[in-house]
Design a protein around this ligand. Structure first.
Ligand code: PLP
Length: 413
């Protein structure tokens, strides 16, 4: 039994008010709130365990190392990676993709080689490749989307060539909510021996991820979007690729032996983890994963799907509303399985900023603007949208508050 009111008690921030109105927090795609267990775990570590990890002979250091490395094991089993060597801690999705962009290009790409992204990417899956384009002369190509906000797989093959060295796409769009048919994309890319990176920033919080079943070569995600702390994220990579990629940053932790003549590097995954890791945040992330697992990933997904469906249905009441992204029932199952917990919209010619600002005055937190996806905004022919995004603790009453709010704002214009 999924008791959302009980769950909300784990998130004290949800009972605060803003402008004397109950907070309705619908900006979860940007970041989620943190349950008490995560805050307690981190506070407890700082209070009772804190010491730098790895190589310490003393008790606290060993205890902190155990917590840090068991967090790696927690992540490994959460995404079903084959081995701990394949789980690299980073600052988040952005750093994970930058790591791949720099080191994969160094290892495998030369001038004229191509990386294929899509028209619905977040800037973090565009700009790192553009930086490599400037530096190495690689070419960034982008797969188009349909007017319904779907990737059309019929165009995929024509975008792959002998020069394509990597496909890098989002699993779920942070603007459209589209859940991309990534298994099919990976299968097609692998037919051409092309590895695939999935930007999982918007999928890891909402669905069971099995990197072996997906057969993706890289998978990147952020802790703060799944009830964990800020500043910690993960890069999963297949060992055979990571082995061939050079270190990302140099410093402590990532070396085997340093001399003036020659420096050798640590084994995976430490080769990619220079400097003191955020070992308290990794423990926080592991606690957040435990929290999600205790509620049940299927239950969370079903709850969020229900909210998304309810929100989109209720939005039909609003005159002149334009909802971006796929319809709820798949138009065409080979294009998209379903829509995730994100609803982007515009009402008539009300500017997204006006809508967001006025909703905020009613206590409703939504995100407005380009959502770090300028090329997608251009494709949609807008400067920005209003985006409501749901998490495991949101309720139908909050969706009702959003709909009432939109009605009220619409009447003002
Ligand atoms: N990719 C997608 C699809 C996102 O939605 C986001 C954040 O909104 C990112 C990447 C970047 O995540 P972070 O800022 O946590 O690195």
């Amino acid at each position: 039994m999924y008791d959302v009111n009980k769950i909300r008690e784990d998130f004290p921030i949800l009972s605060r008010t803003v402008y004397n109105k109950p907070l309705v927090y619908l900006d979860n795609a940007a970041t989620t709130q943190k349950p008490l267990c995560v805050l307690d775990a981190m506070r407890n570590e700082y209070l009772n365990v804190n010491a730098n990890v790895h190589r310490g002979v003393h008790y606290l250091s060993q205890q902190a190392t155990d917590l840090h490395e068991s967090a790696r094991e927690k992540v490994r089993s959460f995404i079903n990676a084959k081995s701990l060597s394949e789980v690299i801690f980073t600052r988040g999705t952005t750093e994970s993709i930058n790591l791949v962009a720099q080191t994969f290009c160094e290892a495998f790409m030369k001038e004229g080689d191509e990386v294929l992204v899509s028209d619905m990417e977040h800037h973090s899956n565009i700009v790192p490749w553009q930086l490599q384009a400037q530096k190495r002369g690689i070419v960034v190509r982008h797969l188009p989307i349909t007017d319904d906000g779907l990737l059309d797989l019929s165009t995929l093959s024509s975008h792959l060539s002998s020069r394509t060295k990597l496909v890098s796409i989002c699993h779920v769009s942070n603007v459209l909510g589209t859940v991309n048919p990534v298994k099919e994309i990976i299968r097609l890319a692998h037919e051409h021996d092309i590895p695939v990176l999935l930007d999982g920033a918007q999928s890891a919080p909402h669905m069971k991820i099995d990197v072996q079943d997906l057969d993706c070569d890289f998978y990147a995600f952020s802790g703060h979007k799944m009830y964990g702390p800020t500043g910690i994220g993960v890069l999963y990579g297949k060992e055979k690729l990571l082995e061939k990629m050079p270190p990302y940053q140099g410093g402590g932790e990532m070396i085997d032996k340093v001399s003036w003549e020659k420096t050798t590097f640590e084994q995976l995954p430490l080769k990619f983890e220079a400097g003191t890791p955020d070992y308290v945040a990794t423990h926080g992330l592991a606690t957040a994963i435990d929290y999600m697992l205790s509620l049940g990933l299927d239950n969370i997904e079903a709850h969020e799907q229900e909210l998304t469906r309810y929100c989109m249905e209720r939005m039909q009441e609003i005159e002149n509303i334009r909802i971006f992204g796929p319809h709820l029932s798949p138009l065409n199952s080979h294009l998209s399985s379903h829509r995730d917990a994100v609803v982007s919209f515009l009402v008539g010619d009300i500017h997204h900023l006006d809508m967001g600002t006025l909703l905020d005055r009613l206590g409703i937190a939504v995100r407005t603007g380009h959502h770090c996806a300028h090329p997608l905004m251009t494709r949609l022919g807008v400067t920005g949208t209003v985006r409501a995004s749901f998490a495991l603790y949101n309720t139908k009453e909050e969706v009702d508050a959003l709909i009432d709010g939109i009605h009220r704002v619409s009447k003002m214009f």
